[in-house]
Ligand binder design. Structure first.
Ligand code: PLP
Length: 391
C-alpha cells in the first residue's frame, strides 16, 4: 500500500471534473518553482498594472527562453495548441500534412481546425518517433508539409526528415511540446526545421500554468507570427495582417521565469526518479522501461513503461491498480489519434497502415515523475507492479 494517497488537482482540471481542493493529492503533480520569487513577480505585475499585451514579463520571458535554447526568436503564446495553429498558418501549410498518430491529439487537431488534413505516418517502435520511410510512403501531390514530434523529449530523426522534406519541396516543422531542454546530436532543440513549437502546460516538465511558444531563427516568419498572435496589429489602430488572440499573459510569464530558474533542479530529480523506476522494475518479466539516449539531454519527464503482451497482467490492469492507489499512471496517447474523432471516420482503415503505432499504443503506461514524486513513492509503485506481475 502506498504511504501517501494523493489526488491531483491538475488531473481533475485536465479531465474536466470539478476541482476538489479539499481532497488529498495524487502521486504526480505539476512542478512549481520558488513561491516567493513567483509572488514577488506577481506583485510587480500588479504594481505596474500591465497585465497583458506584450508586457515586460513576457518580453523578459521571451529573451530568457531564446537565450536558454540558443535560438534567435521566441514568440510566447497562450498555449501550445494555438502556437501550433499559428505556426502552421504562418508557414502556409495546406492540403495534407504528415504527422504521427502516436502523439497528443493537438498535433492533428491544429491542422484539422484550419481545414488541413492530417495524414498519419507510422513510427519506429523502438523510439516511438516517426519512421521517415513511413512518412515517404504517405506523400501525395496534395502534401504540403511534415510535422515531426519529439516524443517523450527524444528528438525525431531530424536530418532524415529534413532531407525528405527538401527532396519533395515540403515544409518541415516540429511539435517540440515534450522537448524543452532536449538535444539532437548535441544541439539544443529549438532551431530545427522552419520552426519548433513548445508547450508550457501544467503537465509538462516546465510550465507557465498554460502557455506555449514558437521558436525559430527565421526573422520573417517570427515577425509574421508576432502579428498573427495579436490580431495583426502593427502599433495602435493599424491592422496589417489577419490574426487571432494568441498572447501570453504577464502572470504566466512570471511563472515561466520562476520555473525556468528551477528547471535544472526538476531535471535532476527526474533523472533520479527515472533511474529509481528502472531499478525497481528491472527483471520483471514482460515489463520494460523505455531508456533515454545517454548521449543526449532530455528532461526525463516521461517515465515510459511498456507492458508486453507476454506479461502475466495486462497494461490496463496495471493502470487500474495504480489509479486505485491514487497514483497518476496514464495511457498517453492511447488509442492513437487515428482512432479518435474525426480521424477514425476520415480514415477508418488507418490501423492497417499504422501497425507499430497500434502495437506501441496497446502497451504503454506513463508513470508519474517530477518534484512531487519521492523515492518511497517509486518503491511503492514498483512493489505494486511486482506483486501483480509475480502474483
Ligand atoms: C501538450 C502537447 C501539446 C499541446 O500543448 P497545450 O499547451 O496543452 O495546448 C501539443 N503536442 C504535444 C505532443 C503535447 O504533448
Amino acid at each position: 500500500m502506498p504511504t501517501k494517497t494523493f489526488r491531483s488537482k491538475a488531473d481533475l482540471a485536465i479531465n474536466g471534473a470539478p476541482p476538489a481542493f479539499d481532497q488529498p493529492l495524487h502521486v504526480g503533480r505539476p512542478n512549481i518553482g520558488d513561491r516567493d520569487a513567483f509572488t514577488q513577480r506577481v506583485n510587480k505585475i500588479l504594481d505596474n498594472q500591465w497585465l497583458t499585451n506584450n508586457g515586460p514579463m513576457v518580453l523578459e520571458f521571451e529573451r530568457r527562453i531564446a537565450a536558454h535554447l540558443g535560438v534567435k526568436h521566441c514568440i510566447a503564446m497562450c498555449n501550445g495548441t494555438i502556437a501550433l495553429e499559428i505556426a502552421i498558418r504562418a508557414l502556409g501549410l495546406e492540403g495534407e500534412v504528415i504527422v504521427p498518430s502516436w502523439t497528443f491529439v493537438a498535433t492533428a487537431h491544429a491542422l484539422y481546425w484550419q481545414g488541413i488534413t492530417p495524414v498519419f505516418a507510422d513510427i519506429d517502435p523502438a523510439t516511438h518517433n516517426l519512421d521517415p520511410e513511413a512518412v515517404r510512403r504517405m506523400i501525395t501531390p496534395r502534401t504540403s508539409g511534415i510535422i515531426g514530434v519529439h516524443l517523450w523529449g527524444r528528438a525525431a530523426l531530424i536530418d532524415e526528415l529534413q532531407s525528405l522534406a527538401d527532396e519533395h519541396g515540403l515544409k518541415l516543422m516540429f511539435d517540440a511540446a515534450h522537448a524543452f531542454g532536449s538535444t539532437y546530436k548535441g544541439q539544443t532543440i529549438g532551431r530545427f526545421g522552419a520552426c519548433e513549437v513548445l508547450s508550457f502546460h501544467a503537465t509538462k516538465s516546465f510550465n507557465t500554468f498554460e502557455g506555449g511558444a514558437v521558436v525559430t531563427d527565421d526573422e520573417e516568419l517570427a515577425e509574421k507570427m508576432r502579428l498573427m498572435r495579436n490580431f495583426g496589429f502593427h502599433g495602435y489602430d493599424n491592422v496589417i495582417h489577419p490574426g487571432t488572440n494568441g498572447k501570453m499573459i504577464e502572470v504566466c510569464a512570471a511563472m515561466g521565469l520562476t520555473n525556468l530558474d528551477g528547471h535544472s533542479d526538476v531535471i535532476t530529480i527526474n533523472m533520479r526518479n527515472h533511474s529509481a523506476y528502472t531499478a525497481a522494475l528491472r527483471g520483471m518479466p514482460g515489463i520494460s522501461v523505455l531508456a533515454y539516449d545517454p548521449a543526449e539531454h532530455n528532461s526525463h519527464h516521461y517515465v515510459v513503461i511498456e507492458v508486453d503482451p507476454s506479461c502475466t497482467v495486462t497494461r490496463d490492469q496495471i493502470v487500474a491498480a495504480l489509479q486505485a492507489e491514487n497514483v497518476l499512471a496514464r495511457k498517453y496517447f492511447w488509442p492513437g489519434a487515428h482512432r479518435m474523432k474525426p480521424y477514425s471516420e476520415i480514415f477508418p482503415h488507418a490501423n492497417l497502415l499504422l501497425r507499430n503505432t497500434e502495437f506501441v499504443a496497446a502497451k504503454v503506461v506513463i508513470l508519474p515523475s517530477g518534484m512531487s514524486v519521492a523515492l518511497e513513492d517509486i518503491a511503492t509503485i514498483g512493489a505494486i507492479i511486482k506483486q501483480m506481475v509475480e502474483g
